[in-house]
Structure formats: structure tokens, C-alpha cells
Design a protein around this ligand. Structure first.
Ligand code: KIV
Ligand code: ZN
Length: 388
């Protein structure tokens, strides 16, 4: 089995769906270009039938982006698929992604149909989409809650109809990693034509398991992960692109899979998406949170000064952040203060470490974090007192 995992970014479709205010065409183009620099294999950039603005942005991105394949979403109906084909036409090569629900709850209550009708719609949609492109993805919406026999049937029929990628979404983020891995394993064991398509996964984060479920699926043979920058998306969001990319880079020798992601672009892309989407990133978010490479306790800071791999499993530079931050707080020890003074250009003989440290601690107790300017102010005050 191929050991490259295809990264399918859906920041501008599933991610954008969850924003309070939609992005302008130019903002979407700016984000698409950043995602292209990030090295994603495929980007899903909208749902063209949904509005003229969405159609225009998909068209603009299809005209501009050259190094990632561009894709758009369609329900399993001809009008949606035709809108995708029209909007994507300017691209040299493009993907149409069509979907329909397969779980009992969706089939009965949302679609109000029989499963056999849904199967027929899926087959027709895939065949119709294949008239416009040879790259067609089919998704079984709410696959995570679909009875496995129905899921196997649907996957087999979609592949027979011409789907080149079949996506298994955990639409409501309900499954657990061992369970989701089991679903993918069963598909590989039971669907006779499974090797004719790439199996993809699309996990939501309602239980905080989107990344774990995606990685479990890769272990079972899935070779495409659908994800968004900063994990933005419906409700608790989607699988986070930067997390799966760095898991596969940091643990490559164990997992034996890799991606094409240019990881040095991660921090910059994350900042752009957070700013333009007006979606702040929580400080303790893995990889891109403000604290992801900062160390506060004295013991950790001391370790970091001795060897950076004592408390860091990847370097901040590897994701495009300039350096590790050692926060100066009341938990910081003398070592860190001495090191920071050296960084600021002071020699040991410029200050008495015990005195400086005592004043630093008093200030840290009052104000929490002490910054470089504060440290220098302490030093200047001390020098002033000595001169008086
Ligand atoms: O979550 C989901 O099931 C989706 C599909 C349209 C792929 O976003
Ligand atoms: Zn989704």
C-alpha cells in the first residue's frame, strides 16, 4: 500500500461554513494561495450551487491555483454537480465531490427516503459527475453511524459507478478511534472493488477525537485525510490539518506514512486563517497555539537550556515559528534569568544575580509574566540605587 497520505483541505468549504460572517472572494483567494503554498494535494473551496458569491470564488480559485488540485462540493443532484463543473472549468484538472447521507437517522428523517432510493441517487450522481471529470469523490454522509452492511454496499456501488475516491465521514464526531478504525478495516475486508478507489476520512471533533480518529483510519488503510487549518468547521470543528501533518512528520518512523505538506508554512497559514476568519486560536492548541512552544516552569526551562529535546518533540522552526519561548514567571529559576540577560547583551559582571533574581521574583509575584523590558528596568533601578 502507498505510504503517502493525501491531504484534502476543506478550510474554504467545511471551515468557512462555520464562520459568523462569510469571507469575501478576495479573502478566499488569499487563503487558497496560502493553502497552496502549504503543499496540500487537494483543496475543497466551496459549494457553488449555494450562492453566486460561492460560485465566483470557486471559479476565481480554479483560475489561480495551479499546484494543488481544486475541488467543489455538490449534493447528489444534477444541478449541484453541473454548478461544480461550470465553476471549476478554468482549472486544468479538478475534482467534483458529491455526497448523500447513508445513516438510518439521516435517510429516514432528513431525506425521508428508502436506502435503495439513496443508493440509486448516489450511483446516478457519480456517473453524472464522471461526464465532467475523471476525478470524482463520493461521500457517505454520517458514515460513522451507518449500519456496516449498508456502508459496504454503498461504497461498492459508488466505486462501480466510477468514484475514484470514497470518503467515510464521521459527520457528527461520534465514533471512538478503535471503532472508526474497525469500520475502515471492515470496508477493506468486505468491499470487493475497494482497491479501485482511495479511501478517505473526514472526521468532526464533537468529542475531541477528530485527529485521533483520522490517524486510526490511516492505520487501517485510509490514504486521504480531510481537514482544515486550525481545525475550524461546523460545531466543534474538523480534523486539524497542522496536527495530522505534524503527527505524520514527527512519528514517521513508527507510522510509516508521510504527507506532501510543507510544514514550514504551518504557522503563517494558521495566522492568516485565524485573522481573516476572525477565529482566534486557543493558546494551548497543539502546533499553532501561542503556548505550543513556550515553557513556564523552572524545571522545564532549566531542561530546555541544557537540550531542547528535553521538553520539545519538534522544533518551533519546523512549523515556521522563529524560536522557543521561555516565559519569565515566578516559577522561573536563576538559570533562565542569567540566560535571558546574556541574550539581552549583559555580562555576569553587569549585575549581581541573587539581587536581580530577588527583585525579579517580587515583580513576577505581582504581575505574572515578566518581560525583557521589565528585567532591564529592574537592572537600571538597581544601578541607579548603587550610584545614589
Ligand atoms: O461532515 C460531512 O459529512 C461533510 C460531507 C459533506 C463530506 O462535510
Ligand atoms: Zn464535514
Amino acid at each position: 500500500m502507498d505510504n503517502q497520505v493525501i491531504i484534502f483541505d476543506t478550510t474554504l468549504r467545511d471551515g468557512e461554513q462555520a464562520l459568523n460572517a462569510s469571507l469575501s472572494v478576495n479573502e478566499k483567494l488569499q487563503i487558497a494561495q496560502a493553502i497552496e503554498r502549504l503543499g496540500v494535494d487537494i483543496m475543497e473551496v466551496g459549494f457553488p450551487v449555494s450562492s453566486p458569491g460561492d460560485f465566483e470564488s470557486v471559479q476565481k480559485i480554479a483560475q489561480t491555483v495551479k499546484n494543488s488540485r481544486v475541488c467543489a462540493l455538490a449534493r447528489a443532484v444534477e444541478a449541484d454537480i453541473k454548478a461544480c463543473a461550470d465553476a471549476l472549468k478554468p482549472a486544468d484538472q479538478f475534482r467534483i465531490h458529491t455526497f448523500i447521507s447513508t445513516s438510518d437517522v439521516h435517510v429516514q428523517h432528513k431525506l425521508k427516503k428508502e436506502f435503495t432510493d439513496v443508493e440509486a441517487m448516489a450511483v446516478h450522481a457519480v456517473k453524472y459527475a464522471r461526464q465532467f471529470t475523471d476525478d470524482v469523490e463520493f461521500s457517505c454522509e454520517d458514515a460513522g453511524r451507518t449500519p456496516i452492511d449498508n456502508l459496504c454496499r454503498m461504497v461498492e456501488k459508488a466505486i462501480d459507478a466510477g468514484a475514484t475516491t470514497v470518503n467515510i465521514p464521521d459527520t457528527v464526531g461520534y465514533t471512538l478511534p478503535f471503532e472508526f478504525q474497525g469500520i475502515i478495516e471492515q470496508l477493506f475486508n468486505r468491499v470487493p472493488n475497494i482497491d479501485k478507489a482511495v479511501i478517505s476520512v473526514h472526521c468532526h471533533n464533537d468529542l475531541g477525537l477528530a485527529v485521533a480518529n483520522s490517524m486510526a483510519a490511516v492505520q487501517a488503510g485510509a490514504r486521504q485525510i480531510e481537514c482544515t487549518v486550525n481545525g475550524i468547521g461546523e460545531r466543534a470543528g474538523n480534523c486539524s490539518l497542522e496536527e495530522v501533518a505534524m503527527i505524520m512528520k514527527t512519528r514517521e518512523s513508527l507510522l510509516n506514512v508521510h504527507t506532501n505538506i510543507n510544514h514550514h508554512e504551518i504557522a503563517r497559514t494558521s495566522k492568516m486563517v485565524s485573522t481573516l476568519c476572525n477565529m482566534p486560536v486557543q493558546p494551548n492548541k497543539a502546533i499553532v497555539g501561542g503556548n505550543a512552544f513556550s515553557h513556564s516552569s523552572g524545571i522545564h526551562q532549566d531542561g530546555m537550556l541544557k537540550a531542547s529535546n528535553t521538553y520539545e518533540i519538534m522544533t518551533p522552526e519546523s512549523v515556521g515559528i522563529s524560536k522557543t519561548k521561555l516565559n519569565l514567571t515566578s516559577r522561573s529559576g536563576r538559570h533562565v534569568i542569567k540566560h535571558r540577560m546574556e541574550t539581552l547583551g549583559y555580562k555576569d559582571t553587569d549585575y549581581v544575580l541573587d539581587d536581580l533574581y530577588a527583585d525579579f521574583l517580587a515583580l513576577a509575584d505581582k504581575k505574572g509574566q515578566v518581560f525583557d523590558d521589565d528585567l532591564e528596568a529592574i537592572l537600571f533601578n538597581k544601578q541607579q540605587q548603587e550610584a545614589d
